[in-house]
Design a binder for this molecule. Sequence first.
Ligand SMILES: *Cc1c(COP(=O)(O)O)cnc(C)c1O
Length: 365
Amino acid sequence: MTIAQKLSFDVQLSDHARTAAEREQVLANPGFGQVFTDHMISIDYTEGQGWHDARLMPYGPLSLDPATSVFHYAQELFEGLKAYRQVTGSIVMFRPYANAGRFNRSAARMAMPELPEETFVESLELLVETDRQWVPTTEGHSLYLRPFMIATQAGLGVNYPSKTYKYMAIASPAASYFTGGIKPVSVWLSTEYTRAAPGGTGFAKCGGNYAAAFVAQREAVEHGCDQVVWLDSGAHEYVEEMGGMNLFFVFGNKLVTPSLTGTLLPGITRDSILELAGDLGLETEERLISVDEWQSGCESGELTEVFACGTAAVITPVGSVKGADRAWTIADGTPGPVTMRVREELVGIQYGARPDTHNWVHKIV
Ligand SMILES: *Cc1c(COP(=O)(O)O)cnc(C)c1O
């Protein structure tokens, strides 16, 4: 799409928006992803015509034919990012163009149309600006943004991708992931299930990856663990991710993270930490890391901390590991100093308490 074809959004404001008192009640205890703001974004795509009917409209249910492709063949993808109220009062997003780029790389893998990056970012600006009173003022809280795209063609033919699509964005106030201090999680090494295999959709942020993961997450809980750790699909030897988050291993002054082999989701938090590390005087390395190295490193004391990272929880320390035939703890099982330092720096940039030296903060209002 050229600039001349740039979409303009039709704005239809809700006539049943919640009152200030109702909103304040939600914002006092928002939880995560349970309550949504008063508006949403919708843009339609038709093969041959491109993107059209861009609009901001009241939040509400969709009406779709039961034969709609997304229900049967899961041609769907999504993104996740946050709007923050900074210490100055400005409302900002963190690296929205990074999400726009990843959205389109996911779209290419899922045989779905790309959305111009500007349109992706503009749609979120419009939603956040309209619903700006939903951006929490409480420290550590944020407005979680969920852009997504679904295949909307009705019909059960499986040989071709849908000819029509709908892009949408919704927003939900989110509490800090950790209430009452940062608690390390326990993890289960899944050897029965894998999240992604070479040539598959592991690098794409698509719902199908999550659908296939629930059974392993349930298995982790059955083994008394909080989260599942995914290993490579071949020998179950190398560490890939933790649930829906990327992993970092701290060897003294060095951060090691599994390389992006195509089966890992390239997290924007992961990427930001790799860039920030230098500012903090830390070295970084992207390479394969095996379960054996993880265990022996903890036993020898060389591997001092492990943490997971992602937009929703920012940084989560990992305290202990359990697998079918082994179990160990990481250092003394409490959050380590490098983990907490990286977290403080990243959160500081997001909320404006620290200088945005990498130009990651995108101001909305
Ligand atoms: C979204 C996601 C992540 C984290 O990505 P961020 O951009 O840092 O939020 C990691 N792993 C999986 C499987 C994900 O879906």
